[in-house]
Design a protein around this ligand. Structure first.
Ligand code: GLC
Length: 425
């Protein structure tokens, strides 16, 4: 394992997680992201469990305390006031007692809670805490299929790029053209004060992000209206795979904890979703692709979203092709897994989600490939992730060509993933 010893990785990762701990929740990194982020917290708990199991549960419990009455779990919870971040509560105006954003993020909670439960040393406490979370996670899953899958296809759409978690991906570019830039209230960005503007989204993209926020706000964040009212509706295979996996994992957990009806509902969602995923498969690219639901066409963009699909139980043959596709990416990039194919002229090694590697995505792809029997590639991804850490520290993301650390530093979920990876390495 590269030049660092296993214990060095662990000590440094724990230090980052403790440094960013704010009590009941952990900030992704100081400065750039000073609040609680949804999927960051669920993945962070997986790291925390290695040194403080009780604290890991709290991370997810805190997030679910801010679940909306309709079932949605918001992408940001603004626990404290901080002028260093934009757009803050005064822009979202979502009307929640503790301010939150008005959109959601990848539903990784079902997966995370099952993993916490399965590996718990304090089984009694884990059962109690998991049982309390079950109906909440189930309500979120139901919310997705009710509000983001109006035609009952088995696949949900995101209505804002930030929901995907892959905020600035090339996948959104064409569909984003439909989002107007006029009429956006004047604003001052904060992200470019914390990170290099060349690694961040452009001004035009930011205008569109905000246009959507204003539009949804004008509809009073009524989720029964937002999907159809959005000019941006994209079915992302990575996002759906995470939701499908969480449904499948919640089903197993619910069965274990004596909740058969809840188990059945989630099993049904997972099975329907998994079958529907096949519509997104591209033989030409050897991976899944996003679907632009507004025009009903697949988006020609070979991004990591379609490889992340391996996180759900895709057919074994698909997992093998995905593994081979990643093998081809490895011929063009030194580190795995680039968030976009370097052979695509739109690839950008340093701009976030348009090329760089992210450890959280590596983790989920590797997990799926292990389960599908693609062990060699899963191990290769794990090794590459640890090499990035050894050479470049705990960054937000990394240049896949030279390994340069990019975005925020001392990053929480990167550290959490290292604690998971060192167990597997
Ligand atoms: C960026 C990422 C998003 C993440 C957030 C906090 O916005 O794109 O996925 O949740 O940072 O780390």
């Amino acid at each position: 394992m590269t030049t660092l010893k296993k214990q060095d990785f662990i000590d440094r990762a724990v230090e980052v997680l403790k440094e960013n701990d704010r009590g009941g929740y952990t900030v992704p990194t100081k400065g750039l992201y000073p609040f609680q982020w949804n999927w960051d917290s669920c993945l962070t708990a997986l790291g925390q469990r290695h040194f403080d199991e009780a604290r890991a549960w709290i991370e997810i419990e805190t997030l679910f305390q801010h679940q909306w009455p309709d079932g949605m779990v918001p992408h940001i919870v603004f626990h404290v006031h901080d002028d260093g971040y934009f757009p803050g509560p005064d822009v979202w105006r979502s009307g929640r007692p503790t301010p939150t954003s008005g959109i959601t993020q990848p539903a990784v909670a079902g997966f995370a809670v099952r993993r916490l439960y399965d590996n718990a040393t304090d089984k009694q406490a884990a059962a109690r805490r998991a049982r309390a979370l079950l109906p909440k996670i189930d309500a979120w899953h139901r919310w997705f299929y009710e509000n983001r899958d109006p035609q009952k296809e088995g696949l949900v759409a995101i209505i804002h790029p930030w929901e995907s978690g892959r905020d600035n991906s090339i996948d959104w570019d064409a569909a984003f053209e439909r989002v107007p830039t006029h009429g956006v209230e004047p604003y001052v960005r904060r992200d470019t004060q914390h990170a290099n503007p060349k690694h961040r989204p452009t001004k035009e993209q930011y205008d569109r992000y905000l246009w959507l926020v204003q539009h949804f706000r004008s509809l009073e964040w009524d989720n029964s209206k937002l999907h159809d009212a959005s000019p941006f509706q994209v079915v992302d295979p990575g996002f759906n795979a995470i939701l499908i996996r969480s449904c499948a994992d919640l089903a197993v957990l619910a069965a274990d904890l004596g909740e058969p009806a809840l188990a059945q509902a989630n099993r049904d969602r997972a099975e329907k979703g998994q079958a529907a995923m096949e519509k997104l498969w591209s033989e030409e690219h050897g991976q899944y692709l996003c679907l632009d639901r507004v025009i009903g066409r697949l988006i020609d963009s070979a991004s990591i979203g379609g490889l992340l699909a391996a996180f759900s139980a895709v057919p074994k043959a698909r997992a093998e092709v995905i593994s081979n596709t990643i093998g081809k990416l490895a011929e063009r990039a030194h580190f795995l897994v680039p968030s976009h194919d370097p052979a695509d002229p739109r690839f950008d090694a340093k701009r976030y989600w348009r090329g760089p590697c992210w450890l959280v995505v590596n983790y989920m792809i590797a997990d799926g490939l292990f389960a599908a029997g693609q062990t060699a590639m899963a191990e290769r991804i794990t090794q590459s992730s640890l090499e990035l850490i050894a050479g470049s520290g705990f960054a937000e993301y990394y240049d896949p060509l030279d390994g340069e650390p990019l975005g925020g530093g001392r990053f929480t979920w990167t550290a959490a993933m290292v604690l998971e990876f060192v167990q597997a390495a």
